[in-house]
Ligand binder design. Structure first.
Ligand code: ADE
Length: 239
């Protein structure tokens, strides 16, 4: 997958060189380029913002540098993602959708956002989607890029050593994952649920399913509601 990120703070994206994302870049599974938006300014101050038409506090990002920057990468097969609290809420389903794309382009806004004409113009070239991490306001889109790329990269073929972890993890079946334990069997007076040491794989699978159901009911009843139709009689007995 090819990914282009435009930002006035390319250093914010330094963590994308670490760990499994860094490795995915090394193997070529992820071809990621972060570019400084100020490279597309032409004044000595490398200005990217100006006061809003209609008044009000804060500054808005000017369209010219954005237009020039996006012109260098957008093609009809690109998906332009614009992090914004006004966007579609990012979730695991969206991560799966994005993992199928061949070219993601992120436009990181700062201040009060990007002049709307940039999005209008880009939508004549390719698909454009505003994306939100949640109902709160960040300084800018860079942290959203880190989050989205981490969730998407681990879904790319060959990135996770053990692809089975994708099947078992939280949200895979619409439920939160059961609690996990490792050695030692006793730690600070706390034991491990006996069933996990029984070697009975069918019983362990059932226990994990029950824990996932109960945990989801307790911590995220909204998720349970969404996948209620997929539950069988045995699941309902647990709840
Ligand atoms: N930029 C500012 N706030 C944001 C949010 N909640 N999600 C994504 N991008 C943002």
């Amino acid at each position: 997958m090819r990914v282009d990120v435009f930002t006035i703070f390319p250093d914010y994206l330094a963590p994308l060189e670490l760990s499994l994302i860094g490795k995915a870049r090394g193997t070529g599974a992820l071809d990621l380029r972060a570019t400084d938006l100020r490279d597309f300014t032409h004044d000595v101050h490398r200005t990217v913002d100006d006061t809003p038409y209609g008044g009000g506090p804060g500054m808005v990002m000017r369209p010219e540098p954005w237009g020039q920057a996006l012109d260098t990468v957008l093609t009809p097969s690109s998906l332009l993602l614009v992090p914004s609290p006004a966007g579609r809420r990012f979730d695991q389903a969206m991560a799966h959708e994005l993992a199928l794309e061949e070219h993601l382009v992120f436009a990181c806004g700062r201040y009060e956002g990007i002049d709307q004409r940039v999005l209008s113009h880009a939508s004549g070239v390719c698909r454009v989607q505003e994306v939100s991490l949640g109902d709160y306001v960040l300084f800018g889109g860079e942290v959203a890029v880190l989050v989205v790329l981490e969730a998407v990269t681990r879904l790319l073929p060959g990135v996770l050593g053990n692809a089975d972890s994708l099947l078992e993890e939280s949200h895979a079946a619409g439920l939160l994952e059961a609690p996990m334990y490792t050695k030692p069997a006793e730690w600070r007076g706390h034991g491990v649920p006996e069933i996990l040491r029984s070697g009975d794989h069918a019983k362990i699978a059932r226990w994990r399913r029950d824990q996932a159901l109960l945990r989801t009911a307790q911590q995220r009843p909204d998720l349970l509601k969404q996948c209620y139709d997929t539950l069988d009689k045995r699941d309902l007995a647990t709840l």
